[in-house]
Design a protein around this ligand. Structure first.
Ligand code: SF4
Length: 182
């Protein structure tokens, strides 16, 4: 896997201050995509153990609340193995930090009931996630007032609750508001 960017102080892609990894490679090709250069799987730098060590070091401060995975597409089958390797190490070292991911795939259609890569790797990937923002960016549904999302078709999914229920459960924030909706 290659990656495009690592941000060490991201406050736009999940709650609190986060480290964000933008992986390379995406087959969705959404019209109006915010990061078109990262469609190319060969874009950016090779993702290595040194990269993982760097991310682990960025996550160390107490004010960093967690890690967010974006792209590109972290769930492309050819990216999942490297991402899972990262998450395994992040969760071993910082079990209290949250993990968010963004995907153009759909949780229920492609992850719960689909064939998105190797099932063992995909299930391990999902086991590390707190929240998944799913669905492609749809330009006609673009809404700048939405929190953590670009278009209104995208959903904020509580992954542990959804895996337990076997269906999509939207994420609730600490104030009890449903954050799958505006
Ligand atoms: S899924 Fe994300 S990275 Fe891929 S084309 Fe759509 S907006 Fe761009």
């Amino acid at each position: 896997m290659n990656y495009a960017t690592i941000k060490n102080c991201d406050i736009a892609n999940g709650p609190g201050v986060r480290v964000s990894l933008f992986v390379s490679g995406c087959t969705h090709r959404c019209k109006g995509c915010f990061n078109e250069v990262a469609w190319d799987f060969g874009y950016g730098e090779p993702f290595t153990q040194e990269t993982i060590d760097y991310i682990l070091s960025l996550l160390k401060p107490a004010y960093v609340k967690g890690l967010t995975l974006l792209g590109g597409e972290p769930f492309e089958p050819q990216n999942q193995g490297a991402v899972v390797d990262l998450l395994r190490q992040v969760k071993a070292k910082y079990p209290q930090k949250s993990v968010w991911a963004f995907s153009g795939y759909l949780f229920d259609r492609d992850m719960l009931h689909g064939k998105l890569g190797d099932p063992a790797i995909l299930n391990e990937f999902l086991s590390y996630l707190d929240v998944l923002v799913d669905g492609p960016f749809v330009e006609s549904k673009k809404d700048l007032t939405l929190r953590f999302r670009g278009s209104s078709n995208q959903r904020l999914i509580d992954v542990p609750a959804s895996l337990k229920a076997g269906e999509v459960v939207l994420w609730q924030d600490w104030q009890g508001n449903e954050r799958g909706m505006k």
